[in-house]
Design a protein around this ligand. Structure first.
Ligand code: LFR
Length: 473
């Protein structure tokens, strides 16, 4: 088999990208051919996606992808989980909400009044996150819900616009809270118990299945050939990232570290124990029906939001310089705070929230930007180390290495401190794990490579050797 090309759309929190990937038995690369901002917009009733703008930018990127590689027949789409658009008769009913919008609090109250989290956990296997789709739907205007005929998660919505087929991709659907964890089907009884309209959720589709051919008008506008269409991938970005972790799943934990730090292990069985629930671990659906047993750690969001705040105050921040300064700070002189505290979730003033946390806990707050940065890195590293070891205990995996993939793999201080705090070697990279996982699942469906996730990960390891951080005493 020769190498072939596929295209990927990845909508992440730092940017949206269109990627061209080349895959063959000894080849794997993913190069961004277009990059565009993906900034939520505060408008009217809350924080929203600018989805039409993003779709337009993604179409522009696809045009460039087809110009470079006219032979592309497959496009895969991924983004973060849980957010959705409501439609009626194929028409989008308003701009989708962003999950960091604070309206979700009233959804949580409404849902838990009918079914508390322990009971939900038995049904859907998910950790409590206040923005899971079921809480967002419960916070919707009931009159809007009453006229909607379909809810589509963001990658599924883009897939619908490209092909005309509306389906719900399995891995992302598993984050809604409305899938039965035991058999992976929509939980119609739960939908009814929450008073949500039946029939809102479309039929499921598995990663690797063909969603459909491009609509003729779309294909013509992109310069795509007659065979071009959309292939379902792990459309939950974290599911795609886990595909491309060059790990031995029976002896490793992974951290998919970008805006979030998703810390866990991959297992082939559900973990619904009271201990897993108490530790707020989730059983999300993986590609090839693996289970992603993981916990959401707040992630680099805390740092990037702090940096944005300093920039708003007029400071010019160069991240590498800031991290170098942070590396010079004595680690024992800065507070380790609980990054998972919900106060850090919405956009806002991070240093002020860190100060408030320290004050409530009777410890001294950081003073300089370098100290804040070091405090954030130490707090993330501590949460990463703790959750990685906990994931191993809960999932019955003997964790001997921790892999860090995604943008966080570039942060050498964070990787080293995670190694130090866990006492385990950290293997950093690939940075582009999400794009690589998206591309690999398409390539396997197209017959460019074959085999299990282990074979795909072996290809990642051969083409993207990770950087090793050895724990220091
Ligand atoms: C990471 C991610 C997480 C999910 C969060 C919100 O980008 O997809 O896995 O919990 O974003 O959707």
């Amino acid at each position: 088999v020769a190498a072939g090309a596929v295209a990927a759309i990845d909508l992440g929190a730092t940017s949206g990208r269109v990627i061209v990937g080349h895959v063959g038995p000894d080849t794997l690369d993913a190069t961004a051919v277009a990059r565009f901002p993906n900034d939520p917009v505060h408008a009217g009733d809350g924080l929203h996606w600018d989805l039409l703008g993003l779709y337009g930018a993604a179409l522009g990127g696809l045009r460039e992808a087809f110009r470079q590689e006219p032979g592309i027949t497959s496009i895969g789409i991924d983004s973060w989980a849980v957010d959705y658009g409501l439609l009626r008769g194929g028409r989008l009913l308003g701009d989708p909400f962003h999950y960091r919008d604070e309206r979700t609090a009233r959804g949580v109250e409404r849902v838990h009044a009918r079914m508390p989290h322990p009971e939900l956990f038995e049904r859907n296997g998910l950790q409590f996150l206040p923005f899971n789709t079921l809480y967002q739907l419960a916070a919707e205007d009931p009159q809007l819900l009453a006229i909607a005929d379909t809810a589509l998660l963001i990658p599924d919505l883009l897939g619908f616009w490209l092909t005309g087929s509306s389906r719900a991709e399995q891995t992302n659907a598993s984050t809604t809270g409305l899938l039965r964890v035991l058999d992976g089907a929509w939980d119609d009884d739960l939908v009814a118990a929450l008073g949500l309209p039946r029939g809102l959720l479309p039929a499921l589709i598995a990663p690797g299945e063909r969603l459909g051919a491009l609509r003729p008008g779309v294909a013509a506008s992109l310069g795509a050939g007659p065979g071009a269409g959309v292939t379902a991938v792990g459309s939950h970005d974290t599911a795609s990232a886990v595909v491309a972790v060059p790990m031995q799943a029976d002896a490793a934990a992974y951290i998919s570290c970008g805006t979030w730090g998703l810390v866990g292990v991959e297992v082939d069985h559900l973990v619904l124990s009271p201990a897993a629930r108490a530790a707020n671990f989730t059983n999300e659906g993986g590609v090839d029906r693996r289970v992603r047993l993981l916990h959401n750690v707040m992630g680099l969001w805390v740092l990037s939001e702090a940096v944005r705040g300093w920039e708003r105050q007029g400071h010019r921040i160069d991240l590498p310089t800031l991290l170098d300064a942070a590396a010079e700070v004595d680690a024992t002189s800065v507070p380790v705070f609980d990054v998972d505290d919900p106060r850090f979730l919405p956009p806002g003033d991070m240093p002020a929230r860190i100060d408030a946390w320290c004050e409530e806990h009777g410890i001294a707050a950081p003073r300089t930007r370098a100290e804040y940065t070091r405090s954030i890195v130490e707090s993330l590293a501590e949460a990463f180390a703790r959750s990685a070891l906990e994931a191993g205990r809960l999932g019955g995996v003997d964790v001997r290495t921790i892999h860090i993939v995604g943008g966080g793999a570039l942060n050498e201080l964070l990787c080293q401190r995670t190694a130090d705090r866990s006492g385990l070697p950290v293997l950093a990279g690939p940075v582009e794990a999400t794009a690589l996982g998206n591309v690999l699942v398409q390539a396997r469906a197209a017959g460019l490579v074959s085999g299990s996730l282990e074979a795909l990960r072996d290809l990642v390891a051969r083409t993207h050797a990770p950087r090793r951080h050895t724990p220091r005493a």
